[in-house]
Design a protein. Structure first.
Length: 130
């Protein structure tokens, strides 16, 4: 397995973690019966940390398809190299750091972590054209 595919696999695990974190927060706030039910009655906010975790998940899902596509295109095209390896690593590490920073409401540094992940994505895409 290439480094890029390894980071892609780790990122998919991170995506699952980011699905379960806010779900756990909602269950803790509203109870298992509500979470297991049809949720016809909206309950409102599950609390600031859970709300932030939901927004962090949505943020990951905005760039995840681009990351998946870029890594797979690089793999199929045989464009794997230093740029794609570094790019995949930066994307993954930036996304991992982003989650707790967002959950804790840390400004600026959270944006820096997001920027690191974006730079990683750009590196992969650039490698496809260079």
């Amino acid at each position: 397995m290439t480094t890029e595919l390894f980071y892609l696999a780790l990122t998919l695990v991170l995506a699952l973690v980011q699905i379960f974190l806010p779900a756990a927060g909602r269950t803790a706030r509203f109870g298992l019966a509500w979470n297991a039910g049809a949720r016809d009655e909206p309950k409102g906010s599950a609390g600031p940390i859970t709300d932030r975790l939901e927004r962090a998940q949505a943020n990951l899902f905005e760039t995840l398809p681009v990351f998946i596509g870029a890594v797979l295109i690089a793999h199929v095209a045989g464009a794997n190299g230093a740029w794609t390896s570094w790019g995949a690593g930066l994307y993954f590490c930036g996304r991992v750091v982003y989650v707790p920073l967002y959950a804790l409401g840390v400004p600026y540094v959270r944006s820096l972590a997001w920027l690191v992940s974006l730079i990683g994505l750009v590196l992969i895409l650039a490698a496809l054209f260079l």
